[in-house]
Design a protein. Structure first.
Length: 366
């Protein structure tokens, strides 16, 4: 515990602990560290919920821990929303079901404003949330994320066609009680686009970065949301890296079997290398067990193996059970409540409990 003594002026700080005087900073030092005025820092204190609390309030002003201030300043360029990617290198593991269920329960049970960004060319999250008919209309009009990536491939003298406002779909979901979920829809065209992005023009002064396209496009709206969930393709290509680029963390939905969990170390290695190259941290939020069969010895032993492997991310306590209602939840079907959607088979409770765990984990790294 730090014991701090102040002289009569309240300015000089004398410690009897490991914390030295140079480990503490006032508003003037914070402004110098951030290269802004003291007025700007004072505004941050009032308006930014992430600004660290003072460890003491002196007559000369508040005092902060230098290391915590430095951590805060590193995060200032990031969105205030919690942006989480869902990734697995194998398809059919319940990745989209987890994405949509998590988004809907965050909105309904925890009153969060949520944006789903569908980067998967299979468009499953898109069709679950708005239905195939609406998706076809948007796709025909070019109002999907495929247009954003196609713009990067156009000659520089051609105007961009991506319209963020027209593409962003508000209050999606076929469930009546879900009111706070928005969507940036995907397109089958992303399959072809991804293969061509590596050869996109570099732009003046090499300003065009193929992994930075999504961040630049959606940055104006991210702070409108509490949570942004990015449904990534089952690979680690350029489109997936665009999702990881805007994320502060990621989760790995997986069936607890050998084939579904085989690629987890590769995901960890690639994401860490990508984050290190950016000079940022993209945290491993955890592994989500999906399609769990309690009667399966393989499933139980695989979970134990994942939990015991200290090199892997934590395994969330909540598991998503295998069931007909959860499998059918990937269809666009109108219901009044989420409990009706999951037919009272435990899916609602599972996604609610998972959402609570995700909130705790996301806020712990903030």
């Amino acid at each position: 515990m730090n014991i701090v003594h102040y002289d009569l002026t309240g300015v000089n700080i004398i410690h009897r602990s490991v914390m030295a005087k140079e480990d503490l900073v006032g508003l003037a030092e914070v402004s110098e560290m951030a290269h802004v005025s003291k007025t700007v820092v004072s505004n941050w204190r009032v308006r930014d919920r992430r600004f660290p609390p003072a460890i003491a309030d002196l007559r000369s002003g508040p005092v902060f821990r230098r290391d915590i201030i430095m951590r805060y300043l590193r995060r200032r360029n990031k969105t205030m929303a919690h942006v989480i990617s869902t990734i697995n290198l194998k398809g059919g593991v319940g990745k989209t079901t987890t994405t949509v269920g998590l988004a809907e329960l965050l909105a309904v049970e925890f009153n969060k404003k949520v944006l789903v960004i569908d980067l998967d060319p299979q468009t499953n999250a898109t069709t679950v949330l708005i239905g195939e008919d609406r998706w076809r209309e948007l796709n025909n009009d070019g109002h999907t994320l495929a247009t954003l990536f196609k713009d990067a491939l156009r000659p520089q003298d051609q105007p961009a066609e991506f319209d963020l406002n027209a593409t962003l779909q508000h209050n999606v979901s076929s469930v009546g009680e879900v009111q706070n979920v928005d969507l940036l829809p995907s397109s089958l065209d992303l399959i072809d686009v991804q293969d061509r992005l590596a050869s996109m023009p570099s732009g003046q002064f090499y300003s065009n970065n193929p992994t930075d396209l999504l961040r630049r496009a959606v940055k104006p709206i991210l702070d409108d949301y509490d949570y942004v969930i990015v449904d990534c393709p089952p690979n680690l290509g350029i489109v997936t890296l665009n999702g990881i680029r805007i994320s502060e963390s990621y989760i790995i939905p997986t069936i607890p079997d050998v084939l579904s969990t085989y690629g987890i170390p590769q995901i960890q290695t690639r994401v860490k290398a990508f984050a290190d190259n950016l000079g940022e941290t993209i945290s491993e939020l955890g592994i989500v067990i999906t399609k769990f069969r309690s009667s399966s010895t393989l499933h139980r032993t695989t979970i134990e193996r994942l939990e015991d492997d200290v090199k892997l991310p934590q395994v969330f306590k909540t598991v998503i059970p295998e069931g007909n209602a959860i499998a059918a939840s990937t269809e666009y079907s109108t219901t009044s409540t989420l409990r009706q959607k999951y037919a009272y088979q435990g899916g609602y409770e599972a996604f609610r409990d998972l959402a609570a765990e995700v909130i705790d984990a996301a806020e712990a790294i903030a």
